[in-house]
Ligand binder design. Structure first.
Ligand code: AFP
Length: 326
């Protein structure tokens, strides 16, 4: 028989090697329990009627889905009972969610079901998370941390049983769920340098609404690459991490109905863009916004701040960044 290294064994070795505490393990255990629990509801969702609308509107002004509510409740439960989290910021809650405000150690930024257009079909969605650490040297300073200050970030692609985690200065690792529902077999992810497998990923329906310079750049490059788009950041980014290329959600600035423009971008900085940017950076890639500024450098001003996103293989991101910087 063949037994693979488990995630818990991997992370324990990592903590010991770097002389770190066990607190992070407890936090990771909470996140993994939440992801497994969400996956269970997702897999049985069509039969139980959990893949539809919940009848409300979330902080982003979007229709809330039943799965959003279930996943939020599950995640908050596990994070709170870990005792390790000071506050969480979640896509589903307008306000910061206080947890163990005195004794907690981590700030956690989450989107428990990202890619909701896939939910009615039971197709892949992401559970995205970023983790920052409490300011141990003085008073806590507001919880709005730029991605470069995250200590880890990751995503579960639900219900595929894949989990990717990046640890600060220690790489990006992918795990797969085994028959006991444990995540096992750490595989170090590095974006392939050979452009043969690179992909382009963006919502083609928006193309004419991008800035002219972005449209021109796409037109010059696209023939060289395969085009793939699922509409769920975790799923699309999962492919980019394996195959290389670029995922883009540019600013919408030329929409025929100007009220539909999104000059600030669509994706949320703290629990979408910075999470994939962090994973990409640890895998040798890069990520920038519409001004060509590295996503990891952006200091958020509010919890649900949006941004444009260009993330993937360094040569492509560098190239578009130069154009965006003008
Ligand atoms: P939803 O959760 O509202 O579907 O948003 C998902 C998402 O933030 C991200 O996961 C996708 O990459 C992107 O939006 C898809 O957006 P479009 O449907 O506009 O292509």
């Amino acid at each position: 028989m063949r037994f693979e290294q488990t995630f818990m064994d991997f992370i324990l070795q990592h903590q010991e090697k770097h002389n770190r505490t066990y607190h992070f393990l407890i936090l990771m255990d909470a996140l993994i329990s939440a992801a497994k629990h969400i996956q269970h509801y997702y897999l049985t969702g069509a039969l139980r009627g959990n893949l539809g609308l919940a009848g409300g509107v979330n902080v982003q002004g979007e229709d809330t889905m039943r799965m959003d509510q279930i996943a939020e409740e599950i995640t908050i439960h596990y994070l709170r009972s870990s005792g390790r989290v000071i506050h969480a910021i979640s896509e589903e809650s307008e306000e910061i969610i206080p947890m163990n405000t005195e004794g907690g150690r981590y700030l956690v930024y989450i989107d428990p079901v990202d890619g909701s257009s896939n939910v009615p079909h039971g197709l892949p969605v992401g559970f995205l998370f970023g983790i920052a650490k409490r300011n141990l040297d003085g008073p806590e300073d507001g919880h709005l941390r730029p991605g470069k200050d995250y200590i880890g970030a990751g995503m579960f692609v639900i219900p595929t049983g894949t989990f990717t985690l990046a640890l600060k200065d220690s790489g990006t690792w992918r795990f797969h769920m085994d028959e006991t529902m444990s995540f096992v077999k750490p595989i170090r992810m590095m974006l392939p340098e050979d452009s043969k497998t690179w992909e382009f990923s963006f919502n083609e329906a928006n193309r004419c609404s991008f800035a002219e310079a972005v449209q021109t750049w796409i037109a010059q490059k696209e023939r060289k690459y395969t085009f793939r788009y699922l509409g769920s950041l975790a799923g699309d980014f999962h492919r980019i991490l394996s195959n290389g290329g670029i995922f883009m959600y540019p600013a919408i600035v030329n929409h025929p109905r100007p009220e539909k423009n999104r000059p600030q971008g669509k994706l949320r900085l703290m629990y979408e863009a910075a999470v994939v940017a962090f994973m990409c950076h640890e895998a040798g890639g890069d990520a920038v916004d519409e001004a060509g500024i590295p996503i990891l450098e952006i200091q958020p001003k509010e919890y649900h701040q949006r941004t444009a996103l260009y993330v993937g293989s360094k040569p492509l991101v560098d190239d578009i960044a130069q154009i965006l910087r003008g």
